[in-house]
Design a binder for this molecule. Structure first.
Ligand code: MN
Length: 223
């Protein structure tokens, strides 16, 4: 009887945990669809190796405290200090990495579909004066992020659009972020995102990025 109870408990725990694990999202395009701006090999490795590693490492960290699988990742970021100290670094790096790659894939689209919408255009002009000054400021944030990290367009609590950058896998939703806000657009400036094609020319990669931005998604995030 005891054996059966133990077996049921194990089955329940494994079943519950398995159901709640984070998974790689489905991409809305194939690895080659962002060519020639983002090459197929980079996309393949970025998704299958880097994003997969963040996903596995996040699951491993949260498995120590399975109740955390029930919490929304954004809520975890917003109340970061509340999660157990022994998994904070792992969740900061891999939770950040998991969440923002999911978003990054959605913010990309084949160049044939990349067209700025009137709503986004109006919002960018209202906040930055012109599309050119928005792009220049965003490219500057991407270029000047020392080492690995991300550049962001965020919407702050007052509804104002701002350009910021964060190191490593930190993001503007995390409780300790210098500039907080809701991500609207993001570019990954880790070398793994561009080095195969652009080598040290991060600026060229950032300029190529404009050809494959999913402006429909940006409009959705602006709301
Ligand atoms: Mn990346």
């Amino acid at each position: 009887m005891k054996k059966l109870q133990l077996l049921l408990l194990v089955a329940f725990t494994v079943g519950f945990t398995a159901q709640a694990q984070y998974k790689l999202p489905q991409l809305n395009y194939s690895y080659a669809d962002l060519e020639p701006y983002i090459d197929s090999t980079t996309m393949y490795i970025h998704y299958n190796n880097h994003h997969a590693a963040y996903t596995n490492n996040l699951n491993a960290a949260l498995s120590k405290y399975p109740e955390l699988f029930k919490k929304d990742l954004v809520e975890i970021f917003r109340h970061f200090e509340e999660i157990p100290a022994d998994i904070q670094t792992a969740v900061r790096n891999n939770g950040g990495g998991y969440y923002y790659h999911v978003l990054f894939w959605e913010l990309l689209t084949p160049s044939s579909k990349s067209k700025m919408t009137p709503v986004v255009e109006k919002a960018l002009i209202a906040n930055f004066g012109s599309i050119d000054s928005f792009k220049t400021e965003f490219e500057k944030a991407a270029a000047t992020r020392f080492g690995s990290g991300w550049a962001w367009l965020i919407k702050d609590a007052g509804g104002k659009l701002k350009i910021v950058s964060t190191p490593n896998q930190d993001n503007p939703l995390m409780s300790f972020a210098e500039a907080k806000g809701k991500p609207v657009l993001a570019i990954d400036v880790w070398e793994h995102a561009y080095y195969l094609k652009y080598q040290s020319k991060r600026v060229d990669y950032t300029k190529a990025f404009w050809h494959v931005v999913n402006w429909q998604k940006v409009e959705e995030l602006l709301k």
